[in-house]
Design a protein around this ligand. Structure first.
Ligand SMILES: [Zn+2]
Length: 52
C-alpha cells in the first residue's frame, strides 16, 4: 500500500495527491515572484511558437 506521497521539497509524507507538505507550500509562496518569472518566460516562448 502506498497511499502517501512524499513532499518533493523535504521528503516528509504528504496526503495523496499533494506534491509538497503545507510547510513547504507556505515557503513556496515567498518565491512566487520566481514562479511568475518562470511562467512569463514559458508563455513568451509559447507566444513565439504561435507567431507563425
Ligand atoms: Zn515539505
Amino acid at each position: 500500500m502506498n497511499d502517501v506521497d512524499i513532499c518533493v521539497c523535504c521528503g516528509v509524507p504528504v496526503p495523496e495527491g499533494r506534491m509538497i507538505c503545507p510547510n513547504c507550500e507556505s515557503d513556496q509562496q515567498t518565491s512566487k515572484e520566481e514562479t511568475e518569472a518562470f511562467f512569463e518566460k514559458l508563455s513568451e516562448s509559447l507566444a513565439q511558437k504561435n507567431d507563425k
